[in-house]
Write a protein that binds this ligand. Structure first.
Ligand code: AMP
Length: 182
């Protein structure tokens, strides 16, 4: 059983690593970014509400992501293990997650932070060519990360289930480090 909260800046490799670990260990990879992008593509009501925030590199309103995580963590396949990628993104969401996990009788096993220097993040994101990966939007996303998401490191550090992994290595080496937690 592994319930992993993967923390890190945009471009730190959360998505890549979560996908690899999920396949290796046969556990669900829950990415709020992926779910939101699918909703935008399909132009569902969630997608229509989220799109402008995403296009500008801002966080979408908490209520939207909180609702989708509440539903997703109640799905049958998510009862014993999961990897959360991109959620929580701020302290309000982290407090919501604590409450939700209590409510559904689950505990997370580790919160792991993937550490990568800012200049490497920008280079990586410029290289991946996603729709929200233009330089201005990337700068905004990094700013939002430092203002709203980075404080989660201290939030989880106090809990004794926190670990930090160097994300500025070859992806295979990062996977080897992360495997220790799943
Ligand atoms: P990501 O793929 O995790 O980089 O997410 C892409 C975009 O989706 C972000 O820039 C946000 O606009 C939005 N997003 C993803 N996860 C969250 C979240 N937990 N809270 C708010 N917005 C989110």
């Amino acid at each position: 059983m592994a319930r992993l909260i993967l923390l890190g800046a945009p471009g730190a490799g959360k998505g890549t690593q979560a996908k690899t670990l999920a396949t290796l260990c046969q556990i669900p990879h829950i990415s709020t970014g992926d779910i939101l992008r699918a909703a935008v593509t399909q132009q569902t009501s969630l997608g229509v509400k989220a799109q402008s925030y995403m296009d500008q590199g801002n966080l979408v309103p908490d209520q939207l992501v909180v609702d989708l995580i509440r539903e997703r963590l109640r799905e049958p396949d998510a009862q014993s293990s999961w990897i959360l990628d991109g959620f929580p993104r701020n302290v309000t969401q982290a407090m919501f997650l604590d409450e939700l996990l209590t409510e559904i009788n689950q505990v997370y096993t580790h919160a792991v932070n993937l550490e990568v220097p800012d200049e490497v993040l920008v280079k990586r994101m410029l290289g991946r060519g996603r729709q929200d990966d233009t330089e201005a939007v990337i700068r905004r996303r990094l700013q939002v990360y430092h203002e709203q998401t980075a404080p989660l490191i201290d939030f989880y550090k106090g809990r004794h289930k926190f670990a930090s992994v160097n994300g500025n290595l070859h992806p295979d080496e990062v996977t080897t480090e992360l495997k220790k937690f799943v």
